[in-house]
Design a protein around this ligand. Structure first.
Ligand SMILES: [Zn+2]
Length: 403
């Protein structure tokens, strides 16, 4: 049986020269690797109801089950603390969303009604049945992860049923009805003064950026595709926040075909600078997997290795961190990606052969964990990346000079 090394943290740390010292990886024996104690206490948000509701996200039908069962089939859930979650109440929603919008979602939504359009219900956010339950449970998952970090019961919390970053204060958008990312950050702010939000989804994390655009307490960093006509259309390198929050939003727009090397290089370079200047006490990372090669809505050329390396770099700072899901419309590939991320966070190597389980057939014809990169050319030339990083660093330099 071949093994895939997804415990990339040590490799990346050495590559990046962040923690060059005594870190030792587990023995090369599979038995010992599986028994290797986790470096951090990791919580995994789970309830059957959360999976059920997340299975209803438009365009992602049943993905939550696919992900959960793959994690389980690899035995990864034996290494984590299961975090139960409850529905949230209106007080939690209204930390960000308008009372009118929540009331509307909880009522009988009629798409023929004019206010449906006003609130974003329709095209990519159809009025789901029992929307009340859906939004309360979806929000509850990420809030539960944040609460576990606030209480200190875990060092890292993972909720792949979260990450709905496009939802606005009073409007649904891009398959997102409720912004669990924002609600989780608000929960973290009860304890942590400065929170960094990272968005790895191929789409700009507009809802979260807008929520904190005027704040210096939450820094938002989004890597995404930015091109005219590509959803949601925002996230230019020149968008850096407003008022007191100016320079506390960082947008890193990439072009089609971004490959692992490009993405990792850009992420690592910018992230380290943000850490140096902003010095957060906690992190939320949205791991939308629609940057993977051959995603039906994406045009990047990433493999799960890029995501796992980014999360490994984040982990090297050993801050309380909440990892969320997000996009990822090739459902089996998104499931492969989230599994690779969690294995990396735990620090175990897992087989490249997908274990036989209830959803095994979804992973054909390869039945392997890897996602091959596609044939797309990387349009991010060295010149483009150099100029982009200069612009981003120019923006980030403003932070220390004004505080
Ligand atoms: Zn997306």
């Amino acid at each position: 049986m071949s093994l895939v090394n997804v415990a990339v943290a040590d490799n990346v740390i050495q590559m990046a020269g962040i923690l060059p010292d005594e870190k030792k990886s587990c023995d090369d024996n599979e038995e010992k690797i599986i028994k290797c104690p986790p470096k951090s206490k990791i919580g995994y948000v789970y309830s059957p109801e959360l999976i059920h509701q997340c299975n209803r996200v438009p365009n992602l039908k049943n993905r939550a089950s696919l992900v959960h069962h793959l994690l389980e089939s690899y035995g990864l859930l034996d290494h984590v603390l299961l975090l139960n979650c409850d529905k949230v109440n209106d007080d939690v929603f209204q930390g960000f969303h308008s009372a009118d919008y929540i009331e509307f979602l909880k009522g009988d939504v009629d798409v023929e009604d004019e206010s449906s359009e006003e609130y974003g219900l329709g095209f990519d956010c159809p009025p789901l049945e029992k929307l009340d339950d859906f939004i309360s449970v979806i929000a509850g998952g990420s809030v539960a992860g944040a609460k576990a970090l606030v209480s200190g019961s875990v060092d890292v919390a993972v909720n792949f049923c979260g990450g709905w970053h496009h939802a606005q204060r009073d409007c649904a958008s891009g398959f997102c009805y409720i912004n669990d990312c924002v609600l989780a950050i608000l929960e973290l702010e009860r304890k942590f003064k400065l929170v960094l939000y990272i968005d790895l989804d191929i789409h700009h994390g507009d809802g979260v950026e807008n929520a904190f655009a005027y704040s210096r307490k939450v820094f938002t960093l989004s890597l995404h595709k930015h091109e005219e006509g590509y959803f949601p259309g925002t996230g230019s390198v020149n968008d850096t926040g407003f008022g007191r929050g100016r320079n506390y939003s960082c947008n890193v727009p990439l072009r089609d075909g971004a490959c692992d090397e490009t993405f990792i290089h850009v992420f690592q370079t910018v992230f380290q600078e943000v850490m140096k200047r902003f010095r957060p006490e906690a992190i939320v990372c949205q791991c939308g997997a629609d940057g993977l090669a051959n995603d039906p809505l994406g045009t990047f050329n990433l493999t799960p290795v890029a995501y796992a390396r980014c999360t490994a770099v984040i982990q090297s700072y050993k801050l309380p961190t909440l990892y969320l899901g997000g996009g990822g419309y090739h459902k089996a590939n998104a499931s492969r990606c989230f599994t690779t991320i969690l294995a990396g966070l735990i620090g175990v190597q897992i087989s490249s052969d997908i274990p036989e389980h209830e959803y095994f057939n979804w992973y054909g014809p390869s039945f392997e964990l890897d996602v091959s990169r596609g044939l797309r050319r990387d349009e991010n030339s060295p010149d483009y990346i150099r100029t982009l990083l200069q612009q981003v660093f120019g923006n980030l330099e403003q932070i220390s000079s004004e505080s």
